[in-house]
Design a protein around this ligand. Structure first.
Ligand code: OAD
Length: 258
């Protein structure tokens, strides 16, 4: 069995620690938009400087808040796909097959919390979450307005901070901002300690997140990509499996159980 799926199956069966590194393509089959490489992707339609930067926020917080609220509404109406569920079941499937304790850690660039909704725990969020708003002024956690967010509104006044009265901003990392350091360090440690890494649905163009699979490769780990299109990171992959997250991952789970 020297197919991509076979190579990944064999590598996982020999692993005790696995890191899953996911990007927007992970959630594409849940109906959540990706950022690049598609005509309807976010950064083909919108300017990230306007919607994903501190300057864009200062220029028009109502527009930025409305856009993230429409994305939150999209996610609330969506469901995790078979790929998310397969990842959440990976450790127990490997334990059942090999009799060994296997640790699977999910490190994601996604802000949609769909891994958690599928049952993964301890997910490391490199780019924040749509569900963790905070004050732009004092950084304390904030709250959403009551009710279902409006999918269609183009300008919405952000809620005010209960502590300082500042505007509440989305809890995601913007261009020009540092990634949360504790999360990134934890992700680096997980990569150091892993035997295998699955890189799923990311174009691999946003750094420093994309350093993680590159580091894994340089550390001699087994690194495989699940992506219908080879990403920017393909040269660091032992295996490029040209399949989608919601097709390939359930297939992998079945192969691991066989
Ligand atoms: P991108 O939109 O850049 O890339 C999505 C990747 O998913 C592409 O390589 C697609 O080929 C692949 N893909 C599409 N459909 C897929 C499917 N069904 N299964 C598997 N793969 C599929 O998304 P990211 O790499 O996540 O940052 O983007 C990185 C960061 O750029 C995001 O976290 C976001 C954005 O600006 C912040 O919000 C800070």
């Amino acid at each position: 069995m020297n197919t991509a799926s076979g190579q990944v199956t064999r590598a996982l069966l020999q692993s005790r620690r696995i890191v899953v590194f996911s990007g927007a393509g992970m959630s594409a089959e849940s109906g959540i938009g990706t950022f690049r490489n598609a005509p309807d992707s976010h950064w083909s339609r919108f300017d990230p400087r306007e919607l994903a930067s501190p300057d864009g926020w200062r220029a028009n917080p109502q527009r930025v808040w409305a856009w993230y609220e429409s994305r939150r509404a999209e996610v609330l109406a969506a469901q995790p796909n078979g790929g998310h569920f397969a990842i959440a079941q990976l450790a127990s499937a490997l334990h059942a097959r090999t009799g060994r304790e296997v640790q699977v850690d999910v490190v994601t660039q996604n802000v949609d919390n769909l891994h958690e909704r599928a049952g993964s725990t301890g997910v490391v969020h490199l780019h924040g979450s749509l569900f963790a708003p905070r004050c732009f002024a004092c950084a304390r956690p904030g709250a959403f307005a009551d009710g279902v967010p409006d999918r269609k509104a183009t300008e919405v006044e952000p809620p005010s901070c209960g502590h300082c009265g500042g505007r509440i901003r989305p809890g995601v990392v913007w261009f020009g901002e540092a990634m949360p350091q504790a999360e990134f360090r934890l992700a680096e440690d997980l990569v150091d300690a892993c035997d295998a890494m699955l890189v799923i649905g990311t174009s691999g163009v946003v750094f420093p997140a994309a350093e993680l699979p590159i580091n894994a490769h340089h550390l001699g780990k087994f690194v495989a990509e699940i992506n219908p299109t080879p990403s920017n990171l393909v040269q660091y992959m032992r295996v490029q499996w040209p399949t989608s997250a919601a097709q390939g991952l359930p297939e992998l789970l079945q192969l691991l159980k066989a």
